[in-house]
Design a protein around this ligand. Structure first.
Ligand SMILES: Nc1ncnc2c1ncn2[C@@H]1O[C@H](COP(=O)(O)OP(=O)(O)O)[C@@H](O)[C@H]1O
Ligand SMILES: [Mg+2]
Length: 424
């Protein structure tokens, strides 16, 4: 079958790498892809929200399945668009319709969903322009620190952890009254601060049955020792040593099953990945957030550990017989180190030549912000490459990935040398 992947990052590179290995795959296309994805399929110059362009491409190239990588096209309704057109509605899209994508597109919606279905999460209340005064008064009754979240998509910048009442009240006003995050903060969720250690659990579902994919931990801060600004993600490891069987059983019983059942009860169809951001508080799982797609760079650690044919699993999602598919996970540990442009997540430059890619022999190399210019691979984004090593132990995987990250060169290259070492 012919498959189209939507997206251009390290996540989509990992998907392309995995899907290209399937005997079920004939032709693979990636829109728009990057300099690395062209090793697994053909890059197509289409934007991820160009639904008409994507539809025309799908029709002209006999595409049998569309896998959506990033959240934006899902929240904007790419799946609904396909279902709304008679000529393409039969082509399965992996990724939820807009109703399900609200789990990520609206924090208020996802908190209400969790409350309705008894899924453990931090206590909260939501406020808008009409209830701003109540929100300011509510803050006075809350413990510090306190968490303020813009309701809508804010590119990972819409969450503020405030340590004083004055700061929290000023930020709440800025978000609601001064549109600090634009429309995204016209509604603000105020929630209790949870202490513990974070991890992510990934689920693939056809809306009825599900497979629990490998769990992962990502590293968001730019600096070593988890310091400095937040990024899209500087590295990840899978599995997560502190997420033992007993903890994961609690996650399945208290979070995963109620989530799938809750979607069904609410009449929300869902075919795709669910990313569950969790806080492990003294061994008890609390949901921090849902995302309606895989994480980046978690995907680069998670997919190499899946031994099963991913295309067969995606077909199971499309045909609603995922429960009948065999599924196995490698016991090895994967560690991913992300190479970024100097200056990222602040200002950085593109267009530096990347060399040494051929030096990486033991690790998997997933391109993210790269571009091919007259045969030369150049940097074209903040996060440039992801290097994933798989070894018997976390220590060996981390050493290998870190060593291989050092074998690639471009001007102002930066990566964290401490990814995952806190877990050893
Ligand atoms: N209730 C909470 N208690 C403690 N930390 C939180 C809480 N909610 C969010 N955070 C922190 O803020 C980060 C971002 O929040 P999240 O809900 O994942 O939003 P997004 O990923 O959309 O920016 C989390 O990864 C976590 O570190
Ligand atoms: Mg998050």
């Amino acid at each position: 079958m012919n498959i189209l992947i939507i997206g251009s990052g390290g996540r989509e590179s990992a998907f392309a790498w995995k899907i290209a290995q399937s005997t079920l795959t004939d032709k693979l296309f990636i829109a728009p892809g990057n300099a690395g994805t062209s090793a697994y399929g053909e890059n197509i110059a289409l934007g991820v929200t160009d639904f008409e362009g994507i539809a025309a491409f799908v029709l002209n190239n006999d595409i049998h399945l569309v896998l959506v990588g990033p959240e934006e096209p899902l929240v904007k309704g790419i799946h609904d668009y396909f279902l709304g057109r008679d000529d393409i509605r039969h082509i399965p899209v992996i990724g939820p319709q807009q109703a399900g994508a609200q789990l990520e597109g609206s924090k208020d919606f996802s908190k209400e969903f969790m409350l309705r279905h008894n899924i453990p999460t931090a206590a909260y209340r939501s406020f808008n322009r009409d209830t701003l005064a109540d929100g300011l008064a509510y803050l006075e009754t809350q413990k510090l620190p306190i968490v303020l979240k813009a309701d809508g998509l804010a590119a990972g910048k819409g969450v503020l952890i405030c340590t004083s009442l004055e700061e929290a009240q000023a930020e709440l006003k800025a978000m609601i009254a001064d549109a600090k995050f634009g429309d995204a903060s016209s509604v603000v969720v105020i929630e209790e601060f949870l202490t513990g250690i974070e991890l992510s659990v990934f689920v693939l579902t056809d809306g009825h049955s599900y497979k629990v994919l490998p769990s992962a931990k990502d590293y968001k801060r730019v600096g070593e020792g988890d310091t400095g600004l937040n990024t899209g993600g500087m590295g990840s490891v899978s599995p997560v040593p502190f997420a033992d069987e007993a903890f994961l059983k609690k996650v399945e019983d208290r979070v995963i099953i109620p989530t799938i059942e809750g979607l069904k009860k609410d009449g929300i169809p869902y075919k795709g990945f669910i990313f569950i951001g969790l806080m492990n508080t003294n061994g008890e799982p609390y949901v921090i957030e849902y995302n309606v797609r895989m994480g980046d760079p978690e995907t680069e650690s998670v997919l190499p550990r899946i031994e099963s044919d991913l295309v067969d699993l995606l077909l199971g999602v499309a045909q609603e017989n995922l429960g009948e598919k065999s599924f196995s996970i490698s016991s090895k540990t994967a560690a991913t180190v992300v190479l970024v442009a100097g200056g990222y997540p602040g200002h950085y430059e593109n267009g530096f030549a990347i060399t040494g890619l051929e030096n990486v022999k033991e690790s998997f190399l997933f391109h993210a912000g790269t571009k091919s210019v007259n045969g030369e691979v150049q940097t074209a984004g903040g996060r440039v490459l992801a290097v994933t090593a798989m070894e018997d132990t976390l220590f060996d995987a981390l050493q290998q990935a870190t060593a291989d990250a050092g074998r690639i060169f471009f001007d102002r290259k930066y990566f964290r040398r401490d990814i995952g070492f806190d877990l050893i």
